[in-house]
Design a protein around this ligand. Sequence first.
Ligand code: GAP
Length: 438
Amino acid sequence: MKKAEKKAENNLMEKVVSLCKRRGFVFQGSEIYGGMAGSFDYGPLGVTLKNNIKNLWWKMFVENRTDVYGVDAALLMNSKVWEASGHVSGFSDPLVECKKCKRRFRADHLEDKKKCPECEGELGAERQFNMMFKTHVGATEDDTSVSYLRPETAQGIFVNFKNVLDSLHPKLPFGIAQIGKAFRNEIAPRDFVFRTREFEQMEIEYFFHKKDWEEQFEYWRKQMHEWLKLIGLAGGNVSELEVAPADRAHYSKRTIDFEYEFPFGKKELYGLAYRTDFDLSKHSSESDADLSYFEEETKTRFTPHVIEPSFGVDRTFLAVLCEAYTEDELGGESRTYLKFPLNIAPVKIAVFPLLKNKPELVEKARTIFAELKATFGAVVFDDNGNIGKRYRRQDEIGTPYCVTIDFDTLEDNTVTIRNRNTGEQERVRVSEIAKKII
Ligand code: GAP
């Protein structure tokens, strides 16, 4: 990449990070104590955007379907889970340490594995570093009390396979979904919320008879593209990468990464993996549980195979922000706006009285605000500064519509609706606002 292009892209990332802090989307974790690497706090608008993403995902993949069941498993699990899943022995990244400055790096991220990129000192030998956060449960700190913060939500699903089967009696094929936190002691957290030590995943384990794996893989691949469309990420910045056998996780027979063109490069957004019957078989053999399925029609018992569509919440958050960030000229003035789709925008409508020192306008605006808030929830009231400034403020946080109440409203019950993307304004009756917006 040319130097000028790289600078422009870094610049975009700087602008997104700065907007996130300025407008209350994301703050540095533990900021007043100097921060903490790889840790971020989501502010009022950030948590709303993140919740909108998670709720939409749950609606599409759980509520709107009849074959996917939700769970919310514990973060701390019996350490035998992670021994059986292969994470204790194999969930590691290659680590190298500089002999001079003592900084540590992920060996697979370095171009020159011999020279420190910070101080040019000599790098030591590569070793494997397990990424799970280890802790002790209870009052004793010995080998018997070891536990790990889960590094993926998937295992919380596998260990509940039998519970879901025994309590709801679903027929194959069916899926179990979970949204929740995952923790990885990343050697080099970087790129804002892209790679952090604490993040959220939205995962589905979809179980079926092994003969159907190719058909199921294609089906879930298409479902992932449908999801990308729903959140406005189908505009050409996402591409698929067929992961080479040597690079696949130990449990996978086929993996496709969905990559997004982030300002810092094309990077993994989501993964789709065919995990075979690896997890259920391992948990069956390592525990006393029978994790097989009995098929009535054929009177056969077998261990189902599984396809796993895995979505990172924080990477989705960052991708929709990068996709939405826009600078243009409107009415001879330059502006910045976030062109979020309506379904994920943290604020859907802003309501303004034209003048704040006219009680009759404010009263009418408050009434309309209360009505819209009852219907749309995410509606704000703003009477601060001139209308142009109020538009700019809402543009910057991605509010799709602004509704202004003026003196004509008092006469004919009409308002002005202004569209964020085009700046176009339309006069509509109060009773028709909701129809215009949906
Ligand atoms: N259960 C399969 C699994 O965990 P993964 O590719 O390691 O597979 C799945 O992770 C998704 O979780 C990734 O595609 C990414 O969206 C997200 N993710 C993984 N590590 C992350 C990190 N350190 N920070 C933020 N998101 C991460």
